[in-house]
Design a protein around this ligand. Sequence first.
Ligand code: AHR
Length: 545
Amino acid sequence: MASTLSSKIRTDHLPGRKESPVRRALLVGLALVCVALNAPFALAQKVELSVDASRAGAKIDRNIFGQFAEHLGHGVYEGIWVGKDSPIPNTRGIRNDVVAALRAIKVPNVRWPGGCFADEYHWRKGIGPERPVTLNPNWGGVVEPNTFGTHEFMDFLDQIGAEAYISVNVGSGTPQEAAEWLEYLTTAQPTTLEKERAANGHSAPYRVAFLGIGNESWDCGGNMTPYYYLSQLKIYSRFVRNFNPAQQDGQQMLKIAVGPGGGEPRFTSWTETVMKAWQNHQWSWDINGLSMHSYTVVNWDKKFASVGFGETEYGRILKATLEMEGLVSKYSAIMDRYDPQKRVALVVDEWGAWYAPLPGTNPGFLVQQNSLRDAILAALNLNIFARHAERVRMANIAQMINVLQAMIITDKEKMVLTPTYYVYKMYVPFQDATFVPVTFNPGTYTHGAITLPRVDAIAAKDTDGKLWLEVTNLDPNQPVEIEASLAGQTAKSAAGETLTAPKVDSVNTFEAPNAVVPKPISVKAQGGKLSLKLEPKSVTVISVE
Ligand code: AHR
């Protein structure tokens, strides 16, 4: 860029024209300024934020920080389940290191058993002492031992303190199979299924907070038309019941229908079909959520690498991820037409970056690294969900461990926490917090043909009334000076943490697990104003006293 500007200056210098010393000095000065503006040590940009803590928005539902664990690659087997006889420290077969890490980010819910896997899953194969060995045709065609089934999943949830989001098999199962699974899980009555559950070690009914009715039924879930899916949805919604006595009053299981999978026109009509039917629905069926899937991919045929990339790929991926805003707005607007009271939530239950598989791994296992770029990507998406908190009340990043944009990567007994994990940790105070409006001019960061907002920010008050502010600096080269003026709130002190690293593709590895970890950041609080300096390519969360 600097050399381009210098050559432009030279071109403007017409041949034969006599150069005055003053003009020459001005040109040299201008060239130096241009070089300085492109240098990494340039002056910090300034961005002013106005935070109006006297105005309360919607609750940022803790369930937008949900996770997704599919029987895929090492997501479940090795990532969660190592078996009771494993030398890896475990509790009833579930690895202790992973449980401790997940407890620290207060996972609100886990979606299981898929994904595409869910529409081929038959729950009876995953209970009892004798488990048949089956196949996982979707994901690498490997053997599915069924050693991790219903009881193991519910035990895992119990250990990490999360709610169950179970996806029932609509593609290759039956309403009866799904209804019996829910009876097995939830009834307190002495039925044959209740006795079988007790014989398998759990006499008390389980809690199932969320029920997914199919997965991507327009594609891997059975290639259904919207009308065919709608007829299935009504049947499943009617007959798949939760009998848990503790969930009859106020804590009913929420039913989530398959919704759109991106911006293609076919998903507009899918969403319209389901929502229009819901608007006129009879007492005999209902839904509480409509799912949306959207991955960050620039080119499905030539996926970007998850590590070993530069500023261009950084910019292109972040630009692509910001399309989430348009998708959420588009489908919220359709839902508003049929559901102005926002009774049905938009549930973004598969999202995240999808890169090329790491060389040497089974391509069906969707193994990728997780870099600082992914941390910034996660923050941008969580902020979009928070800004749409009235409609987006649940989201599940894909996927929790060892698959796609994971929180945790394991290799046998080794475990490492990813940059994305640390974003989830820093955002814990935003769980169930009340959204507080922040206004700002984000400025721009430009690299080649890519222009992005320089800064993103959200604010919220937690359940104790404490104010929290998140600010992301997308610019990988320039620091940003933030000056935040607060209305409706005094600011005696402020403190927080920032997540950054030397390179956009910095990662945590088993050998160097602390390359990308949050560090304390100092904040000046004076006269109702906060000042802080954001490092380039960083995610920062602060609290205000
Ligand atoms: O997350 C991986 C896969 O992506 C899921 O199984 C499927 O629902 C989606 O297409």
